[in-house]
Design a protein around this ligand. Sequence first.
Ligand SMILES: Cc1cc2nc3c(=O)[nH]c(=O)nc-3n(C[C@H](O)[C@H](O)[C@H](O)COP(=O)(O)O)c2cc1C
Ligand code: SF4
Ligand code: SF4
Ligand code: FES
Length: 562
Amino acid sequence: MTNEELNAIAKAEQESKERFEHEVCVCTAAGCLSAGGDKVKDALTGEIARQGKDKKCSVKGVGCLGLCAKGPLVAVESHGKKDKLYEGVTLEDVPAIVQTLEATETKGAAAAGLERSMDEPFFASQVKVVLENMGKIDPEHIEDYIAVGGYQTLYKALTEMSPTDVIGEVTKSGLRGRGGGGYPTGLKWSTVAKANGGATKYVICNADEGDPGAFMDRSVLEGDPHRVIEGMAIAAYAIGAHQGFIYVRAEYPLAIKTLKNAIRQAEKMGLLGKNICGTTFSFELHLRLGAGAFVTGEETALIASVEGRRGMPRPRPPYPAERGLWDCPTLINNVETFANIPAVIREGGVWFAAIGTEKSKGTKVFALAGSIVNTGLIEVPMGTRLRDIIFDIGGGIPEGRRYKAVQTGGPSGGCIPEQFLNMPVDYESLQQVGSIMGSGGMIVMDETSCMVDVARYFMEFCMSESCGKCTPCRVGTAQMYDILCKITEGHATLEDMDMLIELSDLVKNTSLCGLGQSAPNPVLSTLRYFKDEYMAHIVDKTCPAGVCKICSPAKEPVEVKS
Ligand SMILES: Cc1cc2nc3c(=O)[nH]c(=O)nc-3n(C[C@H](O)[C@H](O)[C@H](O)COP(=O)(O)O)c2cc1C
Ligand code: SF4
Ligand code: SF4
Ligand code: FES
């Protein structure tokens, strides 16, 4: 595939698109699919033909449009411009939507109730880098990706840049790993590039995404798989690898299907495989499915799983950058990290570094969930205020309830109370308030949530997901869970609380991997900001939010007379 060929495909796609006045994009990502997005798409295709508009209107399936809880979503582009977005579309709504395509006000009125204004902060306040193609391209159709400039960046990297140039741009961008730790991506790439000159090297994409409530990586893979493949191929070129793996959890069947199709298409076009774009660079990409254990998202456990062993972490160092897959230097990055790469190389590191804050560059994709009006997928510049994310973009708390906290970072993170709503969301600020960025899950809680119960929930998760290799995590999380159960049941004493704090310290400081080391975080952050709720359960034997079923105090034993 030469640059001319890429351009020719892009031009042909563009021309075929321009033949239609209207393009109807139906979200067929997992959220909307479960609400019947595929049936709506078929019905729209049929209705457009029935109304004789198939010469003017085309229909296609696209990735997540963002407002996942309001699905199925349908977006209409007219004469190359975004025109309308319909939410909660049913089969009965289809004729009215098709009528609006030939826009006379009265004809379109029936569909107006479903229309969502594109001027709302949900759309207007987002900045899309990773999600720039989301909802615009058909993920099953590689030509659609090429039409928006896809694989041109890989071509540019392979033909105009040396591996060192590529790493230089990534370093300049200030991009940090989006898998949770925030490690500088350029530094990681240069470590792998320098490791063991001449040895076999590997690239791995971590698509394990185990945090409860998180769906960013799944959405990117379902909606724009070629972007991740292109990012991985650029990385492979930069570090000198010829084989890569995408480790994706088996519970993501749509992402797996989309990826398999995308890899096949890229291979067919010579964008993966031998002599990519007619150069000497070759790169093969394989899929590996995980069985859904949270711990296999940890890089050394993931590598063990790819090698066919049980997915258990091992001590680091050596880090995978030096000794990873089959003991070879291995670059392991998250889905979103790779999805940033085509933009970084296309626009340049300086462009990327201009977005975000001093130490947290670029944008971040978040999955908004919990007690929030606009449950869905968003992308904002690093440093955006928490308040703007939750109340402007997220639309605030439903039914006029009061905000209590937002949980970021999943089971490794913490709960952020109201007093910090004005804080910028970046790696450092989140850490300062006792939470972490994590991979991007944001679970919003209102006054009906009990924070002790929230801590109990996350501890149960860590206890169940502990791989059992080291004692502090295996036994400590179970002991902490027991104490949290005692508290929520109203049986705990103040000594139990002291023990909970002591165990938090022990589990945090002596566990082998990040799962155990961060398992106490939700407890510590709820203790820090919501201690009164713990006290209410322990001392007053009440649950202020009315969530926990506090058992009535034990009765005095009745003396039985013989
Ligand atoms: C228990 C545990 C689970 C993890 N799960 C994931 C995950 O699902 N996805 C991910 O990208 N990183 C996960 N990580 C972080 C990885 O170990 C690793 O740091 C990351 O994939 C590196 O990519 P990055 O530099 O692009 O962030 C997890 C870490 C731990 C300790
Ligand atoms: S007995 Fe316990 S430690 Fe040994 S293998 Fe089984 S689970 Fe693991
Ligand atoms: S900290 Fe937990 S999950 Fe990690 S190795 Fe130890 S037992 Fe396994
Ligand atoms: S899954 Fe359809 S909008 Fe997110």
